[in-house]
Design a protein. Structure first.
Lengths: 304, 214
């Protein structure tokens, strides 16, 4: 805006500053402008009037009265106040100023490393458990063939422990077992007196070779005394535990064959054992343990 | 003793220097806060808080500290914070809107009572920062540069803020309700009587010319 004197009109803020005697860069220019510019003179006068009531503020400060506290007393209160800190402010101070260790590279990688180590430990534990479960098998029950029907070899330990009651038989059996083992190993000390007891009586499953539709279950015996009568005991479970005995005669080769009928597939054959009751003492064969559904091919239809 | 020496002694917790400082600033600082917040008791508390803050924080300041400006800045911040909280409380109706504090109306010649009330009512309705500039300049006599130091703004900004403040003040001064409290009303009547008797009285109509008349 151009004034009458050719200069720009000063702003109201500059006029007020000039009025209030404040330092201005262009105070001289304003002064000269005011001499010639009627409009600015009017503005200046208005400002002077408008701000006049505010002068009362400076007068008021002279009349305001406050309790006269000695500076020493105030200082004492201040010192007491400075020592007192609220719980929150002291807590905040402690939180902000708490010494913290520097974040080193080790600290930064510690978490992933810990995670990796934990994972590794878990893997090792799982592998060990798996290995233990596979290589440490549960010891078989006494007198039980764990290899099933395919294992036709006599289980000496099981036979020895399968004696129903302690009797002189056990003593003989133990002697025979020891002798047989010695023969197998070929020890010179044990091969001095060969006898018929070198081959222990045993039974096996001949169903695959000799079985028929009528007699699906065939038990073969060997190493028995020729001409003796052998009792084949069948331990079965058909609603309750039962024992069925069948007698067979041993042929000249010391063998026998017992053809058995399966009356029902609901019968669960638990075990077979052959006893040479003629010989003295009684000689037991090995114990044959088989599939409960023996000869039924998974069906439960009736045979024979 | 120069300002720097005073600051140095204050940092050293020199009790004598502190007492001298309190003695010098206690009255004007409390008066400034009183006029700013409009409540005498609050002003006394805030002045105390200001000195406490000075005591606690003086050690953290730099060497070229303008001591008075710094202390007034602390006081202004306390005053503005109080006013903001008060306005917030009034806004959410936690605190009723009070009239002008009587202590301000009674401080001074009786014939100026109404002017004091009107001035404070107008300042009370202004932006607190603008009101603070006017209080510091007109009430405490700080120049624009000093006010700039107190408020941490340039003197140019203070100049504009002062002009804006005066402009608003002019508008509000004419509109402000003259009387809100019985005590103020009694004083107003008394001052009107004085005016009739010839004492100087600044009526709102006389002091604030309308913009159209410029």
């Amino acid at each position: 805006m151009q004034g009458g004197s050719g200069g720009e009109h000063p702003e109201n803020s500059s006029l007020l500053a000039f009025l209030r005697g404040q330092q201005l860069e262009d105070s001289e220019r304003i002064r000269l402008h005011l001499v010639h510019c009627k409009q600015c003179q009017q503005s200046f006068a208005n400002l002077s009037h408008e701000s006049k009531p505010l002068d009362i503020l400076s007068q008021m400060s002279r009349y305001q009265r406050y309790p006269e506290l000695s500076p020493a007393l105030i200082l004492r209160q201040i010192q007491r106040g400075a020592q007192k800190q609220s719980i929150w402010s002291s807590l905040a101070w402690r939180t902000v100023n708490r010494p913290r260790p520097k974040k080193s590279a080790v600290r930064l990688v510690s978490l992933p490393v810990a995670f990796g180590v934990g994972l590794l430990c878990m893997t090792v534990i799982i592998v060990l458990a798996y290995t233990f479960a596979h290589f440490v098998s549960v010891p078989p029950l006494p007198g039980v063939l764990t290899s099933g029907m395919s294992d036709n070899q006599p289980n000496q330990a099981s036979v020895a422990q399968h004696q129903p009651t302690p009797s002189p038989t056990q003593v003989v059996m133990a002697t025979e077992t020891t002798t047989a083992t010695s023969t197998v190993t070929g020890s010179p000390a044990s091969t001095g007196t060969p006898s018929k007891s070198h081959h222990r009586p045993s039974i096996s499953d001949c169903s695959a070779k000799l079985g028929s539709a009528q007699y699906p279950l065939v038990i073969c015996g060997s190493n028995f005394n020729p001409g003796d009568t052998v009792t084949v005991k069948e331990y079965v479970f058909w609603n309750k535990f039962e024992t069925n005995d069948t007698s067979v005669t041993v042929d000249a080769n010391g063998k026998f064959t017992d053809y058995l009928k399966i009356i029902s597939c609901k019968i669960i054959y638990l075990a077979f054992i052959a006893e040479d009751t003629v010989s003295n003492p009684v000689v037991d064969s090995n114990t044959l343990v088989e599939n409960p559904m023996w000869g039924c091919s998974g069906s439960n239809h009736l045979y024979g | 003793m120069t300002d720097e020496q005073v600051v140095e002694r204050l940092r050293a917790r020199d009790a004598q220097t502190f007492c001298a400082l309190i003695e010098r600033l206690q009255h004007p600082l409390t008066g400034y806060l009183h006029r700013l917040v409009g409540d005498r008791e609050v002003a006394l508390d805030l002045a105390q808080d200001t000195f406490l803050q000075v005591y606690k924080e003086i050690g953290k300041t730099s060497g070229d500290l303008s001591l008075d400006a710094w202390i007034y800045r602390i006081a202004t911040n306390y005053g503005l914070r109080y006013l903001n909280r008060k306005r917030l409380k009034q806004f959410i109706r936690l605190e009723s809107q009070e009239g002008i504090n009587e202590s301000l109306a009674t401080a001074g010649p009786e014939e100026q009572a109404e002017t004091r009330i009107l001035v404070h009512q107008a300042l009370d309705r202004m932006n607190p920062k603008d009101a603070a500039v006017l209080q510091l300049h007109f009430g405490n006599g700080f120049n624009y540069e000093e006010i700039g130091q107190i408020l941490k703004v340039s003197s140019e900004a203070v100049r504009k803020r002062a002009a804006r403040g005066v402009d608003k003040f002019r508008a509000l001064y004419g509109q402000a309700p003259a009387v809100e409290t019985p005590a103020a009303e009694a004083q107003l009547i008394a001052s009107q009587e004085s005016a009739r008797l010839g004492a100087q009285f600044i009526a709102p109509g006389e002091v604030v010319p309308k913009r159209d008349g410029r």
